[in-house]
Design a protein around this ligand. Sequence first.
Ligand code: FAD
Ligand code: FES
Length: 291
Amino acid sequence: MCTSKRFDKSYKIISNKEICAGYFELKVKADTISKYCYPGQFFMIDILEVFLRRPISIHCVEKGTISFLYSVVGKGTKILSEMGRSSGRVISRRGEGKDGCDEIKMLGPLGRGYGLTSNASSKFLSRVSFDSYGKKSYQKSGDIDFNPVIVAGGTGIASVHFLATKLSRKGILYYGVRSKKDLLCLDKFEKMGWKIVVSTEDGSKGYKGYITDVLSENLKDVDTLFACGPVPMLKKVLQIAKEKNVKGFVCLEKKMACGIGNCQGCAVKINGENKLTCKDGPVFEIKDVEL
Ligand SMILES: Cc1cc2nc3c(=O)[nH]c(=O)nc-3n(C[C@H](O)[C@H](O)[C@H](O)COP(=O)(O)OP(=O)(O)OC[C@H]3O[C@@H](n4cnc5c(N)ncnc54)[C@H](O)[C@@H]3O)c2cc1C
Ligand code: FES
């Protein structure tokens, strides 16, 4: 099954706003390239003063723009958060754009997104129906049994948002974070008509505890699961899905140096074989993943 084309180029930054404390949304102008982006794919972002590019998922594609939602966790994302903002400093390797606008260099779109895993069974894929996404592969899909359930932990919400904008059916979002202040995009999911179940570890909003505790009580065998988040959450998601015989996909966020299959640094066991998260994933079918 095909993946889309990839490009290594500079993009004009339209905005890079702090949407709440420590979380930013970067929007770039990408008229042509936005057409090649699939949910679950990512870009390797080139950041001044940082040796390796940093992987960030595609959060949203609309009207010739691509957006990324990220949290500031270390040196790279801190510098990224200052790019394209009126700090007055030269902000990317390429410096300022020709017309005075800031630019950012990125490689992508990379990886295989949701529904693009090479070994996903056709029987399963036939249950999944997308709007304007992978039409060639799934045009025969009868989505009678297709009840999408998305599970997101922390910034895992970034990639599943793009997915939700492309799924033909609305479903339930199970979203777990540390505290109320870490909740992102709830308004966007609400606007799209998704039902939302929230958990916080400190109990400041929704269920107190882990989102997987709520999920295990409610998941049904007719659901189709899509999950992205930290490894401990994904381990639990895999266990619950396998127990309940629920099919679906998980998006793995391993540390990545090259993002294109050259360094072998992001290996993961898939169906008993070593695969590369950046090239063969980051999205894999639940039945194949061993964490
Ligand atoms: C395919 C993919 C998609 C991603 N999408 C997003 C996204 O949409 N939004 C977002 O906020 N983050 C995303 N991440 C995580 C993001 O790449 C890291 O947070 C970022 O690289 C950290 O860089 P840094 O220089 O700020 O931090 P560093 O100084 O490199 O590290 C700071 C902390 O971040 C952790 N970290 C570093 N790299 C990663 C990584 N690849 N994954 C998880 N934790 C890491 C380190 O363990 C450390 O605790 C994604 C990661 C991958 C692999
Ligand atoms: S990040 Fe280099 S091979 Fe995957």
